[in-house]
Ligand binder design. Structure first.
Ligand SMILES: [Zn+2]
Length: 125
């Protein structure tokens, strides 16, 4: 899915697929650090009894693709917010629509937030 030509540099995302042992819900999650998996719980029932289905799936999705597909008015599921790649997407889409340039410091902060969600909170304390 989302495969495109090589006209732009695309980011590779280590995405793992899981199944909840409780309710059977299957979902995918981006694992950047090994610790991320420890904090995982089922988006359906919240339990941590998960089984990894496939070792690793790498998606080639550029942020431009995500922004293009993102609908700010569509209802979001919990898994949307748990996917760190979606952090900041809403703000960026809105800014894009209004023709506002958020600047490079916003990009930096976003990148930090996506790779280490706790860091921004720690910084502001
Ligand atoms: Zn579940």
């Amino acid at each position: 899915m989302f495969e495109r030509g090589e006209e732009q540099e695309e980011s590779k995302m280590p995405i793992y697929e899981y199944e909840c042992k409780r309710c059977g819900r299957q979902f995918q999650f981006l694992i950047l650090k090994k610790d991320d998996e420890m904090d995982l719980n089922c988006p359906e029932c919240g339990k941590k009894e998960l089984k990894r289905l496939i070792s690793r799936v790498v998606y080639h999705v550029s942020e431009a693709d995500r922004l293009e597909q993102y609908d700010p008015n569509a209802p979001k599921s919990d898994s949307f917010y748990r996917d760190t790649r979606n952090i900041g997407l809403h703000a960026k889409k809105r800014a894009q629509q209004m023709g506002i340039d958020l600047g490079s410091s916003f990009e930096e902060k976003l990148e930090k937030l996506r790779t280490d969600p706790g860091s921004v909170i720690r910084d502001s304390e």
